[in-house]
Design a protein around this ligand. Structure first.
Ligand SMILES: [Zn+2]
Length: 299
């Protein structure tokens, strides 16, 4: 009888101890939530660090049109507030994106530049305190600009500003990501130019005549991706994001059909803010999503 009781106690102890020993396996990454890799299999890449902790870094955002920044501007705003340096680069003026029959390309180019500057201003980023670079190509025509010319330009800005991270349209990893015109060119030219910047044999006159140095970018945040693997919580910036987006009067809402700016549509903005307040009260979260790639030249 005594032996039987002892056996029962031992069995009960085993039931408690076994699961503890399995879940307590040593994690090679040292990170909570990471699964240990079985022997003989390659380890997963080290988890990327938390962008919300970054400070004193240089961040370069590159996009095709004045409004493409809306896909990542909460993240850029957070980075700026945390003491990072922001460089914004637009390939085109966006001077074709209107359905207003009274609009001209020249006027639209001016309107859209001002809209992006005001929007970014809402997020704490402005030409006065940060670097805004406009290459000034016509909207919709980027694919017809010589790729060599564009690649050299991107290479130059990378060598001038030495960014720690680049934000770009996603060219895709294993498969090409299809984008509409300009976004396609922006995605591919950007990664080509960034790659060229690392090797001194590309565009050597940038060293001999311009005094620049090679630079390797080691962190990429690809926006407008179908392979998102990284989220940034921008819930705290939800109202600012809405206020910023309201400045693109020529793009979002009726202003695209009949331009009514530069004043923003206050009624539309109030409605969006009201919806946001209700959403926040419910505890909703707002994220910006990226395909993040860490490590140099790994695309
Ligand atoms: Zn665009």
């Amino acid at each position: 009888m005594k032996t039987k009781k002892m056996r029962l106690i031992l069995m009960s102890l085993l039931v408690i101890i076994l699961p503890l020993s399995i879940s307590g396996q040593t994690d090679p990454t040292g990170q909570p939530g990471q699964t240990a890799q079985p022997q003989g299999r390659s380890r997963t890449q080290k988890p990327p660090d938390d962008i919300s902790k970054w400070t004193n870094k240089t961040i370069m955002w590159i996009g095709a049109h004045p409004d493409d920044e809306t896909l990542s501007y909460g993240t850029l705003s957070m980075l700026k507030a945390n003491g990072n340096k922001i460089i914004m680069v637009w390939y085109t003026t966006g001077n074709k994106g209107s359905r207003d029959l009274t609009m001209t390309s020249e006027r639209l180019a001016q309107i859209r530049k001002a809209e992006s500057e005001k929007a970014m201003g809402e997020l704490g980023i402005s030409p006065a305190t940060d670097t805004f670079i406009w290459f000034g190509y016509p909207d919709g025509m980027l694919e017809y600009v010589p790729a060599l010319e564009l690649t050299e330009k991107i290479c130059r800005v990378i060598r001038q500003y030495h960014p720690d991270a680049v934000f770009s349209f996603d060219p895709g990893s294993t498969n090409t990501r299809w984008h509409k015109t300009d976004h396609r060119a922006s995605a591919f030219i950007t990664v080509d130019g960034v790659r060229a910047a690392a090797y001194f044999l590309y565009f050597p006159s940038q060293f001999t005549h311009e005094g620049l140095q090679p630079h390797t970018v080691r962190d990429f945040f690809f926006y407008d991706s179908r392979e998102n693997n990284y989220q940034v919580d921008v819930t705290g910036l939800s109202e600012k994001r809405i206020r910023a987006r309201a400045w693109y009067v020529s793009q979002f809402g009726q202003g695209n059909i009949k331009y009514s700016g530069p004043e923003l549509d206050q009624t539309r903005l109030n409605n969006l803010l009201k919806t946001n307040t209700e959403s926040m009260a419910k505890g909703d979260k707002v994220y910006e999503n990226f395909r993040r790639l860490t490590g140099s030249m790994s695309f």
